[in-house]
Design a protein around this ligand. Structure first.
Ligand code: SF4
Length: 97
């Protein structure tokens, strides 16, 4: 993966909003096609908090839905709110504590 450059050709640093836009663009570009729209909406504040959590979890585990179901990062603030939970995944986590 190429490194993001935060400077103009002239050597002048980009503004905060330009850096944010560049980071957003890079993250969306590297997301699987299926999740690009969701990620774009989450990164631009154009979706519900629930969808933003979904986008965060998907990005966290490399866009693998099953990995979210099986997530064992119980200390993560999003763990109780993560998508793709099943009754079994919650029961199993109760046994692991
Ligand atoms: S709940 Fe799991 S998948 Fe979601 S952000 Fe936290 S660690 Fe990542």
């Amino acid at each position: 993966m190429s490194e993001i450059t935060y400077k103009r050709d002239t050597g002048q640093p980009l503004s905060l909003s330009e850096r944010m836009a560049l980071k957003r663009e890079t993250r969306i570009k590297t997301a699987p096609k299926l999740f690009k729209s969701l990620l774009e909406r989450a990164l631009t504040g154009k979706c519900s908090p629930r969808m933003a959590i979904k986008a965060q979890c998907l990005e966290c585990v490399g866009f693998d839905r099953a990995a979210i179901t099986d997530c064992t990062a119980y200390a993560c603030p999003l763990w109780h709110y993560r998508p793709y939970q099943t009754k079994d995944s919650v029961k199993e986590s109760d046994n692991e504590t």
